[in-house]
Design a protein around this ligand. Structure first.
Ligand code: GDG
Length: 483
């Protein structure tokens, strides 16, 4: 239990200051992690430590890299860490995105196992440890976010032996045979075992982690939810992450969004719309989705001219060659599919490869009859949860390899490798009546409402044994949406 301040550590910062010709602008980055945690920090206050990646970040912070955020209604402290281009390249693009990311998503063949990536990853972990030690007192619970910081729990533990340290791993944890291609796997696991609590999205990632530790350290004592190793216990549990349901419902029902969504729908002049929203990542299954749409149009010509597929593919990690290559392949496929079917008055695939403002994402969720969330593999996938929150009469097609499918089992579940079955799922979804769709989406929305981001946070904190004074101030109430 703690009465201290919550310290959150993540790679990506929740607010980025960028200078352009018109001056300095503050923006929020795309990605599940920030989407999920900013509303939490706004309620509990505390300190968020992250890499200061914006070109005007230093100007907007004090000499320690600190500032209060959000700008228009300061609620918590952001402490920025400065990294030079070589560090960004080797720790972030290198070890996190070219080693841990592909390996944990079962794409070992895309992993670049370079020792210089590992060396810089270690160095940057230490930099974050030093900053955390400056911010955190012994009473303050420290919550590390994601794969960038696997070495931090043990390193912090050496300095703060009694601290309450937790880490949430936002992506899948693979089977031992896959994880073990990383030459530095034992150091990473030892690092993680410095935590009191490790969280994963699903029970199968927990099982993979426990099994991996057992294989690497046969002397460890392992139960279904805890590891006893070198005289310390680390609890390991699934915590499926949710979204800020109330906020999403409120934002998406605003009058101007409804009006603009209706106008857009009217202008599009098609009977039905299919939607995909993803970061442009090879794990998200975008290419196979287009192949499924192509197969669907080939086999169901009566839909020609009547259905359009809108895909938002927001740019991400474009400094990495695998991402550039995938972008090229996807664009080629979109061109081919459109070239094959397009008519002067109808575009089959509307492909948007830029960041789209959140208002417009809400509009797209509103107008889409079907959402295709078909990653090859995904830790959780928040888009699935956002769509069923916003749209009362839509159909969700969901990959069986998205963590979300463990809870959202009443969606139309598909194998993202199986193009033929995804084409069949499209036909099934598009031919459902309005009543069938309402019956389909209702239980999914109910689940997302019950297991929202605050449920996730409360469950995590409860399991962690952390009680924040700021949360208790309102008569010992748990945090709830809108509080
Ligand atoms: C990681 C794990 C896990 C996307 N494009 C735009 C945009 N987005 C928003 C979506 C959603 C978020 O980004 C993406 O979240 P996901 O969960 O789908 O995926 P990752 O970024 O890979 O997140 C994932 C998550 O962490 C949380 O633990 O679920 O499995 O990989 O909120 O709406 N938002 C806007 N414009 C875009 O163009 N405004």
């Amino acid at each position: 239990m703690s009465d201290g301040r919550l310290i959150v550590v993540s790679n990506r910062e929740p607010y980025i200051h960028e200078r352009n010709k018109r001056g300095i602008r503050c923006k929020t980055p795309v990605g599940g992690l920030v989407t999920a945690l900013d509303p939490v920090m706004q309620r509990v206050r505390g300190v968020w430590i992250a890499w200061g990646s914006g070109n005007a970040d230093a100007e907007m912070a004090d000499e320690k890299g600190r500032l209060q955020v959000p700008e228009n209604n300061p609620r918590y402290t952001l402490r920025r860490i400065w990294l030079d281009p070589k560090e960004v390249n080797e720790y972030y693009y290198g070890f996190s995105n070219r080693v841990i990311w592909p390996v944990c998503h079962l794409f070992q063949e895309k992993a670049w196992l370079l020792p210089e990536y590992w060396e810089t990853y270690k160095k940057v972990n230490q930099r974050f440890v030093d900053a955390t030690l400056e911010e955190a007192g012994p009473e303050d619970p420290i919550w590390l976010q994601d794969v960038h910081f696997s070495l931090m729990p043990s390193a912090l533990r050496e300095e703060l032996p009694d601290s309450n340290i937790a880490l949430f791993w936002h992506i899948p944890f693979p089977p031992w045979e896959t994880f073990s291609c990383i030459p530095w796997r034992r150091e990473m696991l030892e690092g993680l075992l410095g935590a009191n609590l490790l969280g994963f999205h699903t029970s199968s990632y927990v099982a993979n982690f426990l099994n991996t530790v057992q294989k690497e350290f046969p002397e460890a004592q392992i139960s279904s939810s805890a590891i006893r190793y070198k005289g310390r216990t680390t609890r390991v549990r699934p915590f499926p992450i949710g979204i800020d349901y109330v906020n999403y419902r409120a934002l998406s029902s605003r009058e101007n969004i409804r009006r603009r969504a209706n106008q857009l729908r009217h202008k599009m002049n098609v009977q039905q719309i299919i939607l995909g929203v993803d970061r442009l990542d090879y794990t998200k299954g975008i290419l196979n989705r287009f192949l499924a749409f192509e197969r669907f149009l080939d086999t169901h010509p009566r839909y020609l001219g009547k259905v359009s597929f809108i895909q938002v593919a927001s740019p991400t990690r474009s400094a990495i060659s695998e991402y550039r290559e995938m972008k090229r392949q996807i664009e080629e496929t979109v061109g081919r599919v459109n070239g094959k079917f397009q008519r002067p008055q109808w575009t089959p695939v509307i492909y948007i490869s830029r960041h789209v403002p959140t208002d417009e994402i809400m509009m797209l969720y509103r107008i889409a009859d079907v959402a295709m969330v078909t990653p090859i593999i995904d830790g959780m996938n928040l888009v699935a949860k956002e769509y069923v929150t916003v749209n009362d009469n839509g159909v969700l097609i969901l990959s069986e390899f998205a963590g979300a499918s463990e809870e959202m089992e009443s969606a139309i579940i598909v194998n993202p490798y199986d193009v033929e079955s995804m084409a069949k799922a499209l036909e099934k979804a598009l031919s459902m009546t309005s009543e069938e769709r309402a019956r389909h989406i209702e239980p999914l929305r109910k689940l997302v409402k019950e297991h929202d981001i605050f449920w996730w946070l409360n469950t995590f904190l409860e399991e962690w044994g952390v009680k924040m004074e700021s949360l208790e101030a309102s008569g010992g109430q748990r945090i709830v949406a809108g509080a």
